[in-house]
Design a protein around this ligand. Structure first.
Ligand code: ATP
Length: 199
């Protein structure tokens, strides 16, 4: 699996539709300060479901939408799509190529798409569990993140190893099952209360 392309339109400094194509090997993005290099990494983070405005270096989620310049009006929505080669089927989906997209309007309306079909954020997150790619994965190491990892709490470091070891999806499923079990226990207590009232 590898990242084939990133398409951005109306996202941060990228007003026009632009497609970054990646090939085998290493690709570097170079440019003067403030030209938008970090915005490319932000676009990938965002499309993978980043909800933290701070991580995206803004003060509200709408800050990711192109805000306009002296000679260009602001745009009404931001759109990012990343396409991954999945010929090794590392992503548990029956497609050789997977495109994940996210769109956000100024009104706050937003949507996620997997290969063109609307889906929930949960489905995007689940697609990338244990691949290291998700928004909490380690495939995007931001400025200062190495320091944070090294000086962070052991539990936070543990999360990184869990992801690399491929056990995150099991932990998430366990947590969901435990929550359901708890709800069922509560229901049972309620049913027993009603029964004892009736007896
Ligand atoms: P450096 O080398 O200094 O880290 P960089 O090339 O990584 O810089 P970025 O931080 O990616 O640059 O981009 C910053 C630029 O993006 C700024 O010029 C800022 O005005 C612009 N920008 C950020 N959000 C928006 C937005 N919503 N609309 C328009 N431009 C934006």
């Amino acid at each position: 699996m590898y990242l084939k392309s990133i398409e951005v339109q109306g996202f941060k400094s990228f007003a026009n539709k632009i497609v970054f194509e990646f090939h085998q090997g290493i690709t570097g993005i170079v440019g003067p300060n403030g030209s938008g290099k970090s915005n490319v990494a932000d676009a990938v983070r965002w499309v993978l479901g980043e909800q933290s405005v701070k991580q995206l270096r803004g003060s509200s989620m709408q800050d990711v939408i192109f805000a306009g310049t002296e000679n260009r009006k602001p745009l009404s929505y931001a759109y990012v799509a990343i396409t991954l080669d999945n010929s090794d089927h590392k992503l548990a989906i029956d497609y050789e190529e997977v495109t994940v997209a996210r769109r956000l309007y100024r009104s706050g309306e937003s949507e996620y798409l997997i290969n063109g079909s609307p889906c929930r954020l949960k489905e995007v997150s689940e697609l990338f569990y244990d691949t290291g790619i998700g928004k909490e994965g380690y495939s995007i190491i931001g400025q200062g993140q190495i320091d944070r990892i090294l000086s962070g709490k052991p539990e936070e470091r543990r999360e990184l190893f869990d992801e690399a070891a491929g056990i995150v999806k099991f932990k998430k499923r366990k947590a969901t099952a435990q929550k359901k079990l708890e709800n069922e226990r509560d229901n049972l207590v309620r049913v027993n209360d009603i029964l004892s009232e009736l007896e």
